[in-house]
Design a protein around this ligand. Structure first.
Ligand code: 13P
Length: 279
């Protein structure tokens, strides 16, 4: 069942869980994720990331119709979300394709420009009924890179007072916060700023989003969910699980590689979902 980001986050808040939000740069990952969600009977968010196009993976135009068809067919609530759209034209194209949630990522822009463009994304999304996530503060490197190599990460964490202003002035439905997670493989154990997260949660009314969500310990997942995180973005360690199912093995047929990777992705997603949903 296809639902909006706002609707799926309301389910998360009501159940005191976080909805797993997984990138689907190809059909194998998409099928593994849907199978995991249906087997555990959990809501799920499928995401297309703009940055994956730069890595030679599916374009938004190629994958969006497949994501939407899978969501409509699914036995569980599914949001089809655009992850890290960094320009408004891209967001507009995504809305026209039917994404039910979009993230406008202006975190690399000067703050006032991030405010103005996020506001514009909210107005654009209102026309199609889609919901908007946006980010204030920064997670550092984007998907697919290595994480944890920043000199002074606290300098770009989300400021609680700024977060209040950002939510009020833009009208977003979900807020991505920077508090110690980063995209990619963790080179050292992440140290999350739980106090900052709790403070932001007590000051803003919208659900919070954790990016860089794979590779975090089950204890830390539980702590962030207790502090207002209702959407956890998860990709790198799922992709790693797919690669590990193949590494060192010999295949003669390409489809056997895809089948092995899909199964490994499904199992990794189920493991994450069990923690996110307290199963
Ligand atoms: P990971 O790189 O930790 O999987 O995070 C993915 C993400 O945040 C996508 O937006």
């Amino acid at each position: 069942m296809l639902v909006t980001l706002k609707e799926i986050l309301a389910i998360a808040e009501e159940k005191h869980i976080a909805v797993g939000s997984f990138n689907t740069p190809n059909l194998a990952s998409l099928r593994g994720i849907i199978a995991a969600a249906e087997e555990l009977n959990q809501p799920v968010i499928l995401m297309h990331a703009q940055v994956h196009e730069e890595m030679g993976l599916c374009t938004m135009e190629e994958v969006a119709p497949i994501m939407l068809a899978a969501a409509k067919r699914a036995k569980v609530p599914v949001c089809v979300h655009l992850d890290h759209g960094t320009d408004l034209d891209y967001i507009k194209r995504g809305l026209e394709l039917g994404f039910t949630g979009v993230m406008f990522d202006g975190s690399a822009l000067p703050v006032e420009e991030n405010f103005a463009k996020t506001r514009e994304a909210v107005l654009m999304a209102a026309k199609t009924g889609a919901s908007v996530e946006a980010e204030i503060g920064s997670m550092g490197s984007r998907e697919g890179g290595n994480a944890g190599d920043m000199e002074n990460p606290e300098s770009i964490y989300t400021d609680p007072d700024m977060a209040v202003r950002f939510v009020a002035e833009t009208g977003i439905d979900a807020l991505a916060c920077a508090f110690g997670t980063v995209h990619g493989i963790y080179l050292k154990e992440p140290k999350l700023d739980f106090d900052r997260l709790a403070k932001i949660d007590s000051m803003v009314s919208v659900p919070l989003v954790m990016h860089g969500g794979s590779g975090v310990s089950p204890e830390d997942y539980r702590k962030v969910i207790a502090r207002g995180v209702a959407k956890i973005n998860y990709y790198t360690y799922m992709a790693k699980a797919g690669a590990e199912a193949i590494n060192g093995k010999t295949f003669t047929q390409y489809h056997d590689i895809v089948t092995a990777a899909t199964q490994a992705i499904k199992e990794d997603v189920m493991k994450a979902m069990r923690v996110f949903s307290g199963l």
